[in-house]
Design a protein around this ligand. Structure first.
Ligand code: ADP
Ligand code: MG
Length: 568
């Protein structure tokens, strides 16, 4: 084929592909247009996962009749004029591509009436062909109807997933925007069934309840604004306590300047903040909303506008991480808080914040699950052991029952992670090196994670085609059998699991500690009990084991008094 310029039809279908990937992208663009048009109410109707039809109506500014034909043309926008404007974008749209792109790959109809005008107008675009503008009666605002998405792009249509899956994308997307814009009334109807609906009251907690249910919404922790005193970066939102978690990162939602973005680095700032508090391989529910001066955010990275470039990514990263961590630990002044320094965390605030106090007020609950209490523990006095499994200790505010295995796991885990962070892990050489035989998949997994093991303090090397030789183990878990330690690393690893380096370390450390920790049923001397309790007190997150399970339960004096009828 000789070189030729693509026809308008082909080039616009290609360009459209960058903006409209699936039905949810249509919903996103139309939602964003409604937001830019300052709508108070946005109603979305979807049929067959958006493959049948998508309709978005709003009560926003509307489009003047004489601009409607232009609105559906490519690179036509009311939101941007000059190149300099790109540095100060305050709207969600600016590329002038969405309506043109959607119209190029579907049958689209727009009915709109500009606020303050008397009549509405209607325009259709059918696979890129723009129809005649007609006057119609319509309420102020805009309705965009999109049918037969990708009817003229079979390659794309084939890649769509089932109706249910596409619908799930749309629902999740709508939930995110509902959280970002609690002051807008947002409704979703799918195949004539009522879906998500928010009141527009401006109360984000209420939106959370509509999305996740009352129980989870109640457990969510409002983000503590970090008191950095640095201008120009505001952050707020909600994060789940470690006990409320999911098996993937999908419920970690990030908005920058009102725009939903998918950013791996910011996402890991969040997961790192949960480091050691949440069960390994589990992820929190998080909705964070960052506001930055527009000049510090480059939104013109991709046509779908789902990525941004930040002028100072490190500052944003650390702000997010510290804000989340501080909110989790329940300590307000962020600057004085250092992970791994419980003494400091304790003295900086002294009392649990009111958030916790409110939760402690459940009179029907004698025993508070760990997730509902502050993360640190007070100085404890060991009293004894029950059933060779639980330690009993007294604190200034009642009795603590400690699971000796979980507690020891926590202690070992923090010791091991400190080694990792020191970059010079202490190893305990074995008197005689031990050979561990493994299957082919296990060998592969071990090979992949060998550097992690080294950073924990293991010294291992391949030995023949099917075995590894262990020369040294981390000093923090020197009692562990080398065989058990290596197997802990390779067992129940999902094949395509590719965690971030830091997560891999934590995950492997947690597994090793589980194997190395004191077991239930092991009798401990009072001296050993004291030592364990003391070690636990010094942990930065003593109330959960590395897998997120509680290490202790607390019977407060007040709860005891209630139970004994001494108090009402
Ligand atoms: P962009 O949003 O990048 O400007 P679009 O193709 O999405 O590009 O929209 C083109 C123009 O049409 C917008 O700039 C805006 O003026 C107008 N428009 C689109 N949707 C709406 C709406 N729901 N209400 C009011 N105006 C709209
Ligand atoms: Mg737009």
């Amino acid at each position: 084929m000789p070189i030729h310029t693509l026809t308008e039809e082909v080039s616009s279908a290609i360009a459209a592909g960058e903006v409209v990937e699936r039905p949810a992208s249509v919903v996103k663009e139309l939602l964003e247009n409604a937001v830019d048009a300052k709508a108070r109410t946005i109603e979305v109707r979807v049929r067959r996962g958006g493959k049948g039809a998508i309709e978005v109506s709003d009560d926003g500014e509307g489009i003047p009749a004489d601009e409607l034909t232009l609105a559906v043309a490519r690179y036509s926008t009311s939101k941007l004029e000059s190149v300099e404007d790109l540095g100060s974008i305050r709207t969600l749209g600016f590329r002038g591509e969405a309506l043109a792109s959607i119209g190029a790959v579907s049958r689209m109809e727009i009915i709109t009436r500009a606020q303050g005008t008397l009549a509405g107008s209607r325009l259709t675009v059918d696979g890129g062909k723009i129809g005649q503008l007609e006057p119609v009666g319509a309420p102020p605002g805009t309705v965009v109807r999109v049918q037969d998405l990708f009817f003229n792009v079979p390659a794309r249509r084939r890649f769509l997933k089932s109706d249910t899956t596409e619908q799930a994308w749309i629902t999740r997307l709508m939930s995110r925007y509902a959280m970002a814009y609690p002051d807008k009334r947002i409704g979703l109807e799918t195949d004539a069934r009522e879906g998500l609906r928010t009141s527009g009251s401006g109360d984000r907690a209420e939106v959370l309840a509509a999305i996740y249910g009352l129980q989870i919404a109640r457990d969510m922790i409002p983000l503590v604004e970090p008191a950095f005193g640095r201008a120009g970066l505001a952050i707020n939102g909600y994060i789940s306590p470690p006990s409320v978690n999911r098996s993937n990162r999908r419920e970690i939602t990030l908005f920058v300047n009102g725009r939903w973005i998918q950013d791996v680095s910011l996402g890991s700032a969040v997961t790192q903040a949960y480091h050691g508090l949440i069960m390994v391989g589990r992820y929190p529910i998080v909705a964070l909303f960052l506001e930055l001066p527009p000049g510090e955010v480059d939104v013109n990275v991709h046509p779908a506008k789902a990525e941004v470039r930040l002028a100072d990514p490190n500052r944003v990263f650390s702000t997010v991480q510290r804000a989340v961590r501080a909110s989790l630990i329940g300590q307000a002044p962020v600057q004085t808080f250092a992970v791994g320094r419980p003494e400091e965390a304790r003295s900086s605030s002294g009392l649990a914040p009111s958030l916790w106090a409110e939760r402690d007020a459940h009179p029907d609950r004698v025993v508070q699950p760990v997730s509902q209490q502050p993360m640190w523990v007070p100085i404890l006095r060991s009293i004894g052991q029950v059933g060779a499994t639980y330690l009993v200790a007294e604190g200034p505010d009642g009795i603590y029952l400690i699971d000796q295995h979980a507690a020891h796991e926590r202690v070992l885990f923090e010791r091991l992670m400190r080694q990792v962070n020191s970059r010079e892990p202490e190893s305990q050489a074995l008197l005689e090196s031990v050979t561990v035989e493994l299957g082919p998949l296990e060998l592969q997994i071990l090979e992949e994670h060998r550097s992690v093991l080294t950073s924990l303090g293991f010294q291992i090397e391949p030995f023949g085609p099917q075995a590894y030789r262990v020369r040294a183990v981390p000093a923090a878990v020197s009692g562990i059998s080398p065989d058990r330690a290596l197997r802990a690393v390779v067992e129940d690893f999902e094949e395509n699991e590719a965690p971030l380096a830091q997560e891999a370390e934590a995950r492997i450390a947690a597994r090793v500690c589980k194997r190395a920790a004191i077991k239930a049923g092991q009798v401990l001397s009072l001296e050993e009990q004291r030592e364990l309790v003391r070690d636990l007190e010094r942990c930065s997150a003593p109330r959960t084991c590395p897998h997120g399970r509680p290490t202790m339960i607390h019977l407060s004096v007040a709860a005891l008094e209630r139970q004994f009828g001494r108090r009402g």
